[in-house]
Design a protein around this ligand. Structure first.
Ligand code: GLC
Ligand code: CA
Length: 535
């Protein structure tokens, strides 16, 4: 291929280790489980895996509450297992991205334990955000945690500490140089162990300003910041412009330093992708300036309706904004924080959107199970583990639905995931969605993903920009079709509920559902379906 860095237009497969494959029968996925399934991962045609956190953690927030960032939690295995996973991935030419959590530690981290024992204004407390109570005893401000409830928890001597997420996740004070020094140590630790890159959790959150200022609608803001809470997009966007604790300019200084560290590994082409959901969208491009990070997630497709106007805007904006800093966009339809795309917009629509997105320039992220077309798991309240569910007294159900373990094969639950009881229940209705049964069905979502990723690699990676053929502003300018050409491929998505004619050139190579009729140069695209043509 060409000499551009490996991550530039990579397809990256997100693995939530606890839900992937359980190697020892305790009901929870683990690192040896991931290693044992790398041939499957490779067969999908992806370039890299991103592993959600597997570090030492009391697991109050699915491992995003890290008690020791330089070790593996026993539920997932040990450091030797991590090393083996990386070695085995590299043997298959798969890169490995670790998920680093710099905004907060777990309250079980030794620093926080020391801070609890230490006095006000001590060096131990200065690593976090400890403040005195207001005169009337209330917390220093009115912010609501992203998981619900106050952002502050009081300790024995009356001070409060800040936690934008669960009370078990105290925010770190990035004005304190010790914090950056410790993270650089962590980055080097994992790079030296062999990882090829990092996903940076809450990358926009590290620097806090105006910590003592109240927000006019803290509850609305907390809801707006959650991908699993549905909200009118205008209301959401208006609220998102007012976040007082994200996207402060100081975060960019951190990433400039980190970029130097990554670049010091030269040919290893260490990359980093920021989880930075910031507003207005132009702000996201700052994270991918030439001397900062390599990629920033685009969250728009996690909430966008299946609608031509909305999707056209998202794609146009993302490509053009990234171009201003000479970066390529990223695309993701699902992740461990949002409802699964098949549940959110429908099965056929999810397949159509995947094919539409796989043709676009940039990197594409696939959340494990998405290739099977999995819906959200059906859970009882008694199954739930997400702190959001508890912190909102059940008002917000949380993210467990997207985290139900993967069905691998066989006819009965838990479909080969574990020989024990899975940590979240899998329902019998997933029988036809197992890897085994989809491999046997040429029309399955799994085959569609494999074919698409193969064609993408062959014809699209490095093929440059897109030319719109049909959109609300191109071609017939109606809302039924979105179509673009890129390299030798023409992609046509029919968003409507009836078949639509189009004039795409080339021979049909793939369709997400239904069959394409071609007569006299006119092609008829089935309802809620995307087709690829090769010329
Ligand atoms: C990120 C993670 C999410 C986690 C939160 C707090 O948004 O993706 O799962 O709960 O950060 O670490
Ligand atoms: Ca296990």
């Amino acid at each position: 291929m060409n000499s551009s860095p490996w991550w530039k237009e990579a397809t990256i497969y997100q693995i939530y280790p606890r839900s992937f494959f359980d190697s020892n029968g305790d009901g929870e996925g683990d690192l040896p489980g991931v290693t044992s399934k790398l041939d499957y991962v490779k067969s999908l045609g992806v370039d890299a895996i991103w592993l959600s956190p597997f570090f030492t953690s009391p697991n109050k927030d699915g491992g995003y509450d890290v008690a020791n960032p330089r070790d593996v939690d026993p539920r997932f295995g040990n450091l030797e297992d991590a090393r083996e996973l990386i070695t085995q991935a590299h043997m298959r030419d798969l890169r490995v991205i670790a998920d680093i959590v710099p905004n907060h530690f777990s309250d079980q981290h030794e620093w926080f334990q020391a801070a609890l024992k230490a006095k006000r204004s001590s060096k131990e407390r200065e690593r976090f955000h400890f403040y005195d109570a207001n005169e009337d005893g209330t917390p220093p401000n009115n912010w609501i945690s992203l998981f619900g409830g106050p952002s502050w928890t009081q300790v024995e001597d009356g001070q409060f500490y800040l936690h934008l997420f669960d009370s078990s996740q105290p925010d770190l004070n990035w004005e304190n140089p010790e914090v950056n020094a410790d993270f650089e140590k962590t980055l080097r630790f994992w790079i030296d162990l062999g990882v090829d890159g990092f996903r940076i959790d809450v990358a926009h959150g590290l620097i806090k300003e105006d910590v003592l200022t109240n927000h006019p609608d803290p509850q609305g803001l907390s809801n707006a910041l959650r991908l699993d809470v549905a909200m009118d997009s205008e209301v959401r966007n208006a609220l998102l412009l007012t976040v007082p604790y994200f996207d402060r300019q100081g975060v960019h200084e951190v990433y400039r330093k980190w970029r130097k560290l990554f670049d010091s590994y030269g040919e290893r082409e260490i990359m980093a992708v920021a989880e930075a959901w910031v507003h207005p969208p132009v702000n996201a491009t700052r994270y991918v300036r030439a001397d900062e990070l390599h990629q920033v997630f685009n969250f728009d497709l996690l909430t966008a309706e299946f609608d031509a106007n909305v999707l056209f805007d998202v794609v146009e904006r993302s490509i053009s904004l990234n171009a201003t800093v000479n970066a390529l966009p990223t695309w993701a339809l699902s992740n461990h924080d949002s409802p699964r795309v098949a549940s959110r917009i429908g099965d056929e629509q999810a397949r159509a959107l995947a094919l539409f997105v796989f043709g676009l320039p940039g990197s594409t992220y696939v959340f494990a199970g998405q290739e099977l077309g999995l819906p959200d798991g059906q859970l009882q309240d008694s199954d739930r583990q997400d702190p959001t569910f508890f912190r909102t007294n059940g008002a917000i159900k949380g993210r467990d639905g997207a985290r139900v373990p993967l069905p691998w094969g066989g006819d009965t639950i838990p479909f080969g995931f574990s020989t024990g009881k899975p940590w979240l229940p899998i329902s019998q209705s997933w029988k036809d969605l197992t890897v085994e049964s989809e491999l046997a069905d040429p029309k399955s979502s799994l085959h569609l993903y494999k074919n698409a990723l193969e064609l993408r690699k062959e014809f699209l990676v490095g093929a440059g920009g897109i030319t719109w053929l049909e959109s609300p502003q191109h071609g017939d300018k109606n809302d039924s079709l979105l179509s673009y050409s890129r390299g030798s491929i023409t992609v046509v998505m029919n968003l409507s509920d009836s078949a639509q004619e189009c004039e795409a050139d080339g021979k049909l190579v793939m369709v997400s559902s239904g069959t394409v009729d071609a007569r006299d140069g006119i092609k008829v695209i089935p309802a809620r379906s995307t087709a690829w043509f090769l010329s």
